[in-house]
Write a protein that binds this ligand. Structure first.
Ligand code: ATP
Length: 564
């Protein structure tokens, strides 16, 4: 009996922890799972036929279906208004929901009120373990899929994920719905095992327990919740075996562990296991030569040379009286490499943020690749063919270089999660194609050797290059590079200049912000100079270098340099 209940509680604890894991992988902290579990358990018990009518297993299966549906639908209803909340605000909102459910359940007649409802015990240990195995399988197959990588990316850097074309709101909501369904499953299994369910079974302590189990086990590796549950369920058993009966030890230990894990072991117990990185089967980038690797994934038709790619009319951005940009008129045409230079604070980053949809103009209009970024979500602008790097690297730090670039290929790759669940060979083929495509992008920027290295472990210059590889992976029509040569030495900057030239000769349109003037002069066919948010000059490199206004505002003259 002792062994049986321990086994069941390990399985149930693991399932509940997976409902936290489901959202933690996407960087969301939700504490509403106890509320989903409670609603699911009471609804399933009230609505499902009794085991004496249709048999134990059929009754349990119907109850599970009802419970998971209730959990998922409740998550949609709660998720729609709360998914824009971040961090602690989401935690507070979801905790408030769980508390509201608890109070509701206590005061309803159909739930049995505070006394609760008795439920026939039909759950056998094997059923609990089959359920756990299915849930673990789901998250195992999710991890290295296109969907799983998108969730990883959102966790690591939401803004960069948006810029890679990921619809963050939709992904966050679907992770939340999965959490609701899994919490619902837990609630039903719990109900059909413990004989009597009461509202207090799903209180604050339960929510914390599930969270602790997921975090202690490891919130970024699918095996984490299972490890956490084995560990925490075994604590009272070990206590009992060695003759310490104190009931406070387990909650004390789990809280202490949570603290230790957060401080010293962010990957949880799972970080003691070897981490499986996305790998290439064979041949790596060599399987596709030149641009073939890219075009085989993308169907995008790039603008012809001379065709308008960006058209800005009277564009302005006013930050409460500070004009970051004012009255910008600018056309960028297909295949051109346009340099954007100007002193610090001139408004360069603000301008490219408006072009890529990250920031909305306060006046004027921008049209980019046929859409107005002011009216479109960032991921839609990316889908239209705009890709960018950031002034301060925004890599997905805990992912490898290859995985970073595979996320960059989100827009040009096919969804693989459902096919991975069914173990279809086509999913593996598609994953390998996107991995080869990513390896090819890495090779193009000279990072082929670093494919397996974690992004945060790369040198600064390599991180800049990795951002370019990631931006290239979506096969963009317009590539925006924000100070890509910052931190690079002369040799590296020359190599970058050559790379930009070769990308342009492939038909890519490039907008380059750079303080390395020598590089801009060498690389760009045309240059726009900004000062105090306004365009003060436009022309070829030769015209710009001679322009008195530019010399005064930005370049400085040789006399003034000598004098200083
Ligand atoms: N979010 C913001 N809120 C208020 N002011 C801002 C904001 N972002 C930028 N600014 C202001 O707008 C102006 C232009 O800033 P921006 O970062 O676009 O310049 P930049 O040319 O990219 O500078 P740098 O070369 O230093 O990166 C600056 O005066 C800056 O302080």
């Amino acid at each position: 009996m002792f062994v049986e209940s321990t086994f069941v509680f390990i399985a149930l604890g693991g399932i509940f922890a997976y409902s936290f894991y489901a959202v933690l992988v996407a960087g969301q902290l939700s504490l509403g799972q106890a509320g989903f579990a409670s609603l699911a358990a009471f609804s399933a018990v009230a609505l499902a036929p009794t085991p004496s009518d249709i048999g134990d297993l059929p009754a349990l299966l119907v109850a599970i279906a009802i419970g998971m549906l209730v959990g998922a639908v409740t998550a949609v209803i709660l998720g729609l208004p709360t998914m824009r909340l971040r961090g602690v605000f989401l935690a507070i909102a979801t905790l408030a929901f769980a508390e509201a459910v608890r109070i509701l359940v206590i005061n309803m007649e159909w739930t049995g009120g505070a006394r609760g409802t008795s439920v026939p015990k039909v759950l056998e240990p094997w059923m609990a373990w089959v359920a756990l195995a299915l849930v673990a399988y789901w998250f195992w197959r999710q991890g290295p899929s296109r969907y799983g990588r998108a969730l990883d990316a959102i966790r690591e850097d939401e803004l960069a994920a948006r810029a890679m074309g990921i619809d963050v709101s939709r992904h966050r909501l679907s992770a939340f719905v999965a959490a609701g369904a899994v919490a619902g499953l837990y609630g039903v299994l719990w109900a059909y095992y413990v004989r009597l369910i009461a509202p207090e079974d799903f209180g604050f302590a339960k929510a914390i327990d599930g969270l602790v189990t997921a975090v202690v086990g490891g919130s970024t590796m699918f095996i984490g919740p299972l490890l956490g549950s084995v560990f925490l369920t075994m604590v009272p058993e070990v206590q009992r075996a060695i003759g310490i009966e104190a009931g406070w030890i387990r909650p004390f230990l789990s809280s202490l562990l949570l603290l230790v894990v957060i401080l010293f072991l962010p990957g949880g117990l799972a970080s003691f296991l070897p981490h499986r990185r996305q790998r290439l089967a064979t041949g790596a980038a060599g399987d596709d030569d030149g641009r073939r690797g890219e075009t085989s994934l993308s169907q995008r038709v790039h603008p012809d040379p001379g065709e308008t790619v960006v058209s800005l009319t009277g564009l302005g951005k006013d930050y409460g009286g500070v004009f970051a940009n004012r009255d910008i008129d600018l056309q960028i045409t297909g295949g051109e490499v346009l340099g954007l230079i100007g002193p610090n604070g001139a408004g360069k980053t603000t301008l490219i943020n408006m072009i890529s949809g990250l920031s909305k103009p306060t006046s004027g209009t921008a049209e980019v690749l046929g859409l107005q970024p002011a009216r479109a979500a960032v991921h839609k602008v990316a889908a239209a063919g705009v890709s960018r790097t950031f002034q301060h690297s925004k890599l997905f730090d805990r992912l490898s270089a290859l995985e970073n670039v595979m996320v960059g290929g989100h827009l040009v790759s096919k969804p693989t999660f459902l096919r991975r669940l069914l173990w279809l060979p086509s999913a593996h083929r598609d994953e390998q194609r996107v991995a080869r495509h990513a390896a090819w992008c890495l090779e193009r920027v000279g990072l082929a050797e670093q494919a397996g290295t974690q992004a945060s472990a790369l040198s600064y210059g390599d991180q800049r290059r990795l951002e370019i590889a990631r931006a290239l992976a979506s096969d963009p029509s317009l590539l925006i590079l924000d100070e890509p040569a910052a931190g690079m030495n002369h040799v590296e900057a020359d190599a970058l200049s050559e790379l930009i030239g070769s990308l342009a000769s492939d038909g890519l349109t490039i907008l380059l912000i750079e303080h390395n003037v020598g590089m801009v002069m060498k690389t760009c066919s045309r240059i726009v100079v900004l000062n105090f948010g306004e365009v003060i000059a436009t022309g070829t490199p030769e015209q710009i270098i001679e322009n008195p206004a530019v010399i005064e505002a930005y370049l400085g003259s040789s006399e003034s340099e000598e004098a200083s």
